[in-house]
Ligand binder design. Structure first.
Ligand SMILES: Cc1cc2nc3c(=O)[nH]c(=O)nc-3n(C[C@H](O)[C@H](O)[C@H](O)COP(=O)(O)O)c2cc1C
Length: 186
């Protein structure tokens, strides 16, 4: 199984790191990573993890400008893509089909091939532009999963909050995550 992980310049690079770590634990999983220039900025500001270490978590890393990469083509089969976190700029690019970098192109391919596209869209507060773009992305088939806080699982650490979000995203691909505690009834 192949999954594309796109990281853009919204806050929350810790989510991307956890996603890559979680996918790495799944046998037979092949991950393809593409990071926007904005993601490079936020990574340096938010995480202690060096860029090279993050990249090494993926099976294949594709430079953002490499529009010839395998993931730029629909003939390269994947289970889909998660953009985590997804900035409002990248969201806008996806919604407009404005594929001027590899992350946007890979997302565009998922939409045209009717493959799973999960957008962990992050901004606060959300403007009408952002909300309209999220609605359009949803209408184009994308799953919109903002990194919302969840408390019914009684999180005690940031890791607990992150794990819940990762578990919910992996569920979209029918994948289990051992650190995820689903609701089992009240
Ligand atoms: C520390 C930091 C946090 C940011 N957080 C967000 C955010 O949560 N959401 C967002 O849409 N943009 C955020 N931005 C702005 C984006 O990084 C910026 O719009 C960038 O151009 C996005 O480009 P990209 O989508 O190609 O990564 C943040 C920027 C910085 C430096």
């Amino acid at each position: 199984m192949r999954i594309i992980v796109g990281i853009s310049g919204a806050s929350g690079t810790i989510l991307a790191k956890k996603m890559l770590l979680s996918l790495k634990m799944i046998p037979e999983m092949e991950t393809h990573l593409v990071m926007s220039n904005g993601a490079d900025e936020t990574l340096g500001l938010e995480l202690d993890t060096p860029r090279e270490e993050l990249i090494s978590l993926a099976d294949e890393f594709h430079p953002i400008e490499d529009i010839t990469a395998n993931i730029a083509s629909g003939s390269f089969r994947t289970a889909g893509m998660v953009v985590i976190p997804c900035s409002m700029k990248t969201l806008a690019g996806i919604v407009q089909g404005y594929s001027d970098n590899l992350l946007l192109r890979a997302a565009d391919v998922c939409i045209k091939e009717r493959r799973k596209l999960v957008l962990v869209a992050r901004e606060m507060p959300l403007s009408s532009i952002h909300l309209e773009n999220m609605l359009k992305a949803s209408q184009f088939g994308a799953i919109i999963m903002p990194p919302m806080l969840t408390f019914y699982n009684h999180p005690e650490t940031i890791d607990d909050l992150v794990n819940h979000l990762i578990g919910k995203v992996l569920m979209q691909f029918d994948l289990d995550f051992e650190s995820f505690r689903p609701w089992r009834g009240g």
